[in-house]
Design a protein around this ligand. Sequence first.
Ligand SMILES: [Zn+2]
Length: 485
Amino acid sequence: MIKYLLILLFPIVSFSQNKILHENFFNSYDEFKETSIETRRFKHGEIQPLIDSLKSIKGFEVTLLGRSIQGRDISMISVGKGETDVLLWSQMHGDESTATAAIFDIFNYLKTDQSILKNLKVHFIPMLNPDGAEVFSRRNAIGIDINRDALKLQSPESQILKNTRDSLKAEFGFNLHDQSKYYNANKTDKPATFSFLAPAFNHEKDINESRGIAMRIIVKMNEIIQRYAKGQVGRYDDAFEPRAFGDNMQRWGTTTILIESGGFLNDPEKQFIRKINYTSILSALQIISTENYTNASLDQYLSIPKNDRKLYDLKIKNLSFSYLGIDFTVDLGIQYDEIENTNHSDFYYIGKINDIGDLSTHFGYETLDAAGFSFKVGETYPKILNDFEQFKSLDFPILISQGYTSVTVNNMPKEIKFTSYPMNIIDLEKVVIPKNNVIPKSPIGFGSNPTFLLSKNDKVVYAVINGFVYSLSDNKNNVKNGLVK
Ligand SMILES: [Zn+2]
């Protein structure tokens, strides 16, 4: 009772403290960022030394919970001396690493200040699925989706999570994931950089006290994230999934919050998103420790726009071209697929036309209006180059302005699949001579690699190479990589 009175008496003080704190977390982030992690494709071998180093830090407890199928340690790091147990687990899907990186930033912060935890004891399980992380794939080593194994518990990783929850009887849980960058906040062109869910614990989607608290905490976290990514928060679908961990955690009595890290313009390695994870999770711990969520309403939760999936990397609208003598005007939805190297540590892009037609209901991270431009298929430079070195010395803007989007190269090293240049390479040894008497393909095909030119008054203004735009008018090269075909 006294606790609630205090909250009623000091709401303003507590609000302003929150505000100052999340700004402090955000502004001082660089001091605490774990600099040994810089991309999404880090592996267990890179985080284990960081976990080991925490064993000697005052106030940190490291517990070996068990091992993955392939024998990798799964550890829990606990901080704080309070009565209320909060459990956070990340990367149960091996290719969803953003929150794991943020957790190591949070450790660095907590090394210097644990006062925000007050009455909490916070337990982190970073990288619950290290075998999946090793090959940057969602599932574990035998192909089970851990998030569909909360009931049968067929995998050691699932057993570890369930046993930990049960032994702690955690009052709060954070289920930390990544979602496709193609999700947007419903009916807007804003990516769902974050999506939240207070998972349902039954098919009726009832809201009991525990689930209601999760919703209220989400309202508070949303308010903070709006400061840094305005309009870029979505509400995840709350259909009950009987086999999922979040839903069952809620059913087992842990107030559970699902956070999905999505996409953000020009943040392919999700490092800004990681910073917002850091800011919002630290803020959430402070919000829980001060119970500063009680003034949030369920209506506020429901007013967060739903997640939708209508985003492309690039939308080109009003593109006119002709095929077999027929004129068409269409929109293109272009997606950049990540093609990994063999040890799953890096990638390059292949652009792909993922939809064609009326895409007026869809959006792009970037949009190019092709109205008034004439479409032209890019040509192959007539001279065959002797080797890759010769290719590198070409003047690409000049070649593009002359209408070329590919160059034939002899003696191409077999291991080179892409280059950092805004031009595709045709490997002479792989050249296929087209057959006669075959109906030619459309220059814009579903699933094809978008490479073409847009001209005005016979002058090339834009080249689209491997799905990326090179703007000749201001010499702006957005081509992340060209391909070797
Ligand atoms: Zn996931």
